[in-house]
Every structure is written in structure tokens, then in C-alpha cells.
Design a protein around this ligand. Structure first.
Ligand SMILES: [Zn+2]
Ligand SMILES: [Zn+2]
Length: 336
């Protein structure tokens, strides 16, 4: 009886009297079990949920290059619990919709920055929903910027209007303007509590929004508020029964800001200067080692890594798995 794993827990006493039959049934049950978990998370990993936070438009000089400064929570309380990438870059198109599309599709592409154009490739949300068969409530995009509704869909004719994730963008959807990040955080917590999604992308807009308005104090305030919101989210996940110990939290920005120009360049962004390209990634989760990674990675490597962790394949992606995050044992479990 002890040679038949699973039989005891499912309580089928007749199995012990029919050894061959028992083995067949047990095997079928095991196969079914594998099928049910396939796609939920990669074998050997604890992560079942991934949440990506994008703090829009943070230049390194106001954040990780001058710590603790505006980011005491991330730099002092969270960094030591995860992996910090010292050479993380957006080396392609350094503006919001392109940076976010790189994160969701794994492909760098120029794209209209006012929300008039869908990404050319299917997102990790669409591919995850298709491969797992889960409902749209398990994948969410919650964004302060209304124009990021484009991330839910694609121009790819094979994928367009299919397997789209749930959306909560801007004041009240596309065309209704930017929403305060404090309200976005409330929506995030509400959805995490009600829908318990496995995959979520969050956009906080205040640093970028106030920088464009040439308001230095509010730009810095936006960074420090978002630093606080990230800590609040981290604490929420750590205490929540559904998310604790099974959730990976990735915190990044879509682009930096110029190093030169009016008032030192911080007001705008969008070219290939070092200030626009230098971004950051802090990775927290039950499957990661702690420490820093010096290898250069870019935004497209985020979905490649998340897809691998969530047990799905990401077609058309340019990214690579950020292997330094994992122990040798976990890499082997993922087939890497
Ligand atoms: Zn901007
Ligand atoms: Zn620049």
C-alpha cells in the first residue's frame, strides 16, 4: 500500500486488494494531478503568483544612486530580502507604452505613446490565460495611466481580442485620465482580495506625471510615495493567506529621464542617453537567492523569467531567463 502514493490520501480502500488495478488508478490520478498543476507554477518552485510593479519614469539619480533618499523602504527594508540588479536597462525605446509593452510581451517595439496602438505581440497575460485555461479574473492589469489599457490586447491577428486579462486603468478606463497612485493601490488590494489573481501588472504614474509637469518636489514625492506603496503591498502579500510564501514581487521602472537639458534634463525622457536607459529591478520572492546581480539585463527579460517560473512558454519573446536569481537546484528543476 505504501508504494502507491496518493491512494491513502484519497481514501480508496479497495485498491489494496487489487494491486495492478491500484497501480493503474494511482498512475492515472498522478497524471491528472500533473495536468492540473501544469501552468500554475514551474515544478520545484514555490511561486504561484507573480506581481510586477512599474514605478513610471524614475531616474536612477533620484532613487538607487542616492539611497536611502526618496526610497528608504526599498533600499533599506526590502533590498536585503531579495535580488537587486545593478545593471538593469531599457536599451530600446525609453517611453511609457513601449517600456510597458516590453515588460508584457517580451519584445522591444516602437509604439504610439498616447494609447492609439496595441502591442504587436501577444502578452504574457494572454499566453498564460490560454495555456492554463484559467478565467480572465486570474490575470490583471491595474494602472494609474489610463492609456495602458493597450497592454491587454495585441495587433497580432492570431491573438487579437482573445484571452485578454482583466483591466482597471486610469480614473475610469481609457480616455478618462490618470488616477492618483493612492487610489490605484486601493484597487490593487481590492482585486487581490476578491479575485486572488495569479498574475498582475501594476503601474504607478506619479514620478513621471509630475516630472513632465516640471514639478520637482512632486516628482520626488511621487518616488517616495511609491516606495511606501511598494512596502505596503509587500506587507499585504506577506500577511495574506493566499499570497504569503507563494508570491514573487518584481519592482521596476519603464525608463529613466534625461541627464541633460532644461534644469538638468529630469523633466523629459525618450532617447538613448544613459539617464533614460538606466533603470532598476528589485526581485523579491520565495524562489530567489538574496544578493545583487551585476549581469546586464533589460525589460524584455522580465516576462521571459516570469513565464519560466509560471510554467508557460512565451512565444515571440526576445528575453532570456535571469538565471542568477535562482539556486542551482531551482535551475535544474526548471530545466535550465
Ligand atoms: Zn513620461
Ligand atoms: Zn535621455
Amino acid at each position: 500500500m505504501k508504494a502507491i502514493p496518493g491512494a491513502q490520501t484519497i481514501g480508496l480502500p479497495f485498491l489494496s486488494r487489487r494491486p495492478l488495478f491500484a497501480v493503474i488508478i494511482a498512475s492515472l490520478l498522478l497524471l491528472q494531478g500533473c495536468a492540473a498543476t501544469s501552468g500554475a507554477s514551474e515544478k520545484g518552485l514555490r511561486t504561484k503568483n507573480v506581481i510586477i510593479v512599474v514605478i513610471d519614469g524614475v531616474r536612477a539619480s533620484e532613487a538607487w544612486d542616492s539611497v536611502p533618499g526618496a526610497i528608504p523602504n526599498m533600499s533599506s527594508k526590502l533590498k536585503g530580502r531579495g535580488v537587486f540588479f545593478t545593471d538593469f536597462q531599457n536599451d530600446a525605446y525609453t517611453y511609457t507604452n513601449s517600456g510597458h509593452a516590453a515588460i508584457t510581451t517580451g519584445v522591444n517595439q516602437p509604439i504610439d505613446n498616447y494609447g492609439a496602438e496595441l502591442p504587436a505581440h501577444p502578452s504574457i497575460f494572454q499566453q498564460w490565460l490560454k495555456q492554463t485555461g484559467k478565467p480572465a479574473t486570474t490575470a490583471w492589469i491595474i494602472s494609474s495611466k489610463d492609456k495602458l489599457n493597450i497592454l491587454a490586447n495585441t495587433k497580432d491577428s492570431v491573438w487579437q481580442n482573445t484571452y485578454m486579462p482583466s483591466l482597471n486603468c486610469g480614473v475610469n478606463g481609457p480616455g478618462t485620465g490618470y488616477r492618483a497612485d493612492s487610489l490605484t493601490l486601493i484597487e490593487v488590494k481590492r482585486v487581490l482580495t476578491t479575485d486572488k489573481p495569479n498574475l498582475m501588472l501594476i503601474n504607478f504614474m506619479e514620478p513621471d506625471g509630475y516630472a513632465h509637469a516640471a514639478n520637482w518636489n512632486h516628482y520626488i514625492r511621487g518616488i517616495s510615495r511609491n516606495d511606501r506603496y511598494v512596502k505596503q503591498l509587500y506587507d499585504f502579500l506577506r500577511k495574506d493567506k493566499n499570497y504569503r510564501k507563494t508570491t514573487t514581487l518584481l519592482i521596476t521602472t519603464d525608463h529613466g529621464r534625461h541627464l541633460q537639458g532644461i534644469d538638468g534634463g529630469w523633466i523629459d525622457h525618450g532617447d538613448n542617453c544613459a539617464g533614460c536607459q538606466k533603470i532598476f529591478l528589485l526581485a523579491l520572492g520565495p524562489d530567489f537567492k538574496a544578493g545583487t546581480v551585476a549581469t546586464k539585463y533589460t525589460l524584455v527579460d522580465i516576462p521571459a523569467t516570469v513565464a519560466k517560473m509560471m510554467g508557460i512558454t512565451l512565444e515571440q519573446s526576445q528575453g532570456q531567463v535571469m538565471k542568477e536569481l535562482f539556486t542551482t537546484k531551482k535551475l535544474r528543476a526548471m530545466g535550465l
